[in-house]
Design a binder for this molecule. Structure first.
Ligand SMILES: NC(=O)c1ccc[n+]([C@@H]2O[C@H](COP(=O)([O-])OP(=O)(O)OC[C@H]3O[C@@H](n4cnc5c(N)ncnc54)[C@H](OP(=O)(O)O)[C@@H]3O)[C@@H](O)[C@H]2O)c1
Length: 354
């Protein structure tokens, strides 16, 4: 099979590095172009990047020369653009990529709530991809990757929502430093400390999961009807967002075994059976131990694509469920889900379904 040629925009950043790592030895994709800011353009990728991943820089991208987004827009010989740019820059570039007819998989927050732009976490809402047929944002197509916290949270909310219905969610996050990008949070602010607010994050967590659990209708995606009350905090952990979740179910009388069975049942998993290379065999890993999940021990589960759930508790009425969920913010929360989305697009497109 011929591979699809792809560009990674913002390839020197934390999300960009993970995209490069996942795409450079992928059976469907071949990395053709890498972009970065003015600071880096003209340099070889291996010279410009401050590589922070445990795996080595892939040999086949080391000597690629970094180009500007503008130079990329003048090129035609690639199919997919994976964007890992700051949102203000992404908003400008993505519009032009669409005018050029590219398929854009974007990590930035611009346009995430547009009803005609799927906000995909494939196991949760792969069917939303069909709104692409109605999308008229240019000659190309654009799909958004959810915010990292929402991606991790929705993997657990989906089976609960399908099995029991949801009235209300209260979530408190403990988010890793890498969520703030490669320049992150200054050490004087965060070592021996916790920051009780992440600017702009709560609004995303309040809205994105409802869009993702919503339905694709005539006007595009209509959000699910329940409330989310988030508190988002930054903690001195490098990778892995932890979320303390309380869910008020639609009705009482639910048992803990029913909750576990719903999370383990694969029928909620919308891509089950498609055999996408980046899909983990178990999207949710249930931990029975009192002291799990923990970022250091559990963020690598399913190569970073699984979330780990522990401390499942139900109140005596069987209506209020509490648990801790943990996932890798760079993989499930960003680049891994981006690659999974592209695999889904390719698979359905080759079958003529989108
Ligand atoms: N980190 C996470 O966990 C996470 C999770 C989900 C979504 N996101 C989103 O993904 C995007 C990237 O995040 P990140 O954490 O990877 O950020 P990052 O580490 O700060 O990387 C930003 C990248 O964008 C490039 N860049 C910055 N300004 C540019 C400009 N004006 N023109 C062209 N390139 C420019 C940088 O290039 P230089 O190296 O040359 O400066 C770098 O490659 C953001 O929108 C973020 O909100 C991040």
């Amino acid at each position: 099979m011929d591979k699809y040629r792809v560009a990674v925009l913002g390839a020197t950043g934390l999300v960009g590095q993970k995209f490069v790592s996942l795409l450079s030895n992928h059976k469907m994709f071949e990395v053709a172009y890498l972009t970065a800011s003015e600071r880096s353009i003209g340099k070889l990728y291996s010279e410009a990047v401050s590589w922070l991943l445990p795996e080595e820089i892939p040999e086949n991208v080391k000597d690629l020369k970094l180009i500007s987004n503008q130079e990329l827009l003048n090129l035609e010989d690639y199919d997919f653009a994976f964007t890992a740019l700051p949102s203000d820059e992404a908003a400008i570039v993505e519009q032009k990529l669409l005018e050029n007819g590219k398929v854009v998989v974007s990590n930035s927050s611009n346009w995430r709530m547009d009803p005609l732009i799927p906000l995909l976490n494939p196991e949760v809402n792969a069917d939303h991809i069909f709104v692409l047929k109605k999308q008229k944002h240019g000659k190309g197509k654009i799909i958004k990757v959810p915010n990292c916290t929402s991606a991790i949270l929705t993997l657990t909310l989906k089976p609960i929502y399908d099995a029991f219905g949801i009235k209300k969610v209260v979530v408190t996050t403990m988010q890793a430093l890498s969520g703030a990008g490669i320049h992150g949070v200054p050490s004087m602010y965060i070592i021996d400390n916790l920051l009780p607010n992440i600017q702009g994050e709560e609004e995303k967590v309040e809205n994105e999961p409802k869009k993702m659990l919503g339905t694709a209708g005539i006007e595009g995606i209509e959000p699910a009807d329940f409330q989310i009350y988030p508190t988002t905090t930054r903690v001195p952990v490098l990778y892995g967002h932890t979320e303390s979740v309380l869910v008020e179910l639609a009705n009482g009388g639910v048992t803990i075994d029913e909750v576990k069975a719903a999370m383990k049942r694969n029928s909620w998993n919308k891509i089950n059976g498609l055999h996408l290379p980046t899909a983990p065999s178990e999207p949710i890993i249930l931990r029975a131990e009192e002291d799990r999940p923990q970022p250091r021990l559990d963020r690598g589960a399913g190569n970073g694509m699984s979330v780990s759930v522990g401390r499942l508790r139900l109140d005596s009425s069987g209506k209020v469920l509490r648990y801790i969920v943990l996932g890798d913010n760079i993989v499930r929360g960003a680049a891994g889900t981006g690659v999974l989305i592209a695999e889904l697009f390719v698979t359905l497109n080759e079958r003529g379904e989108i």
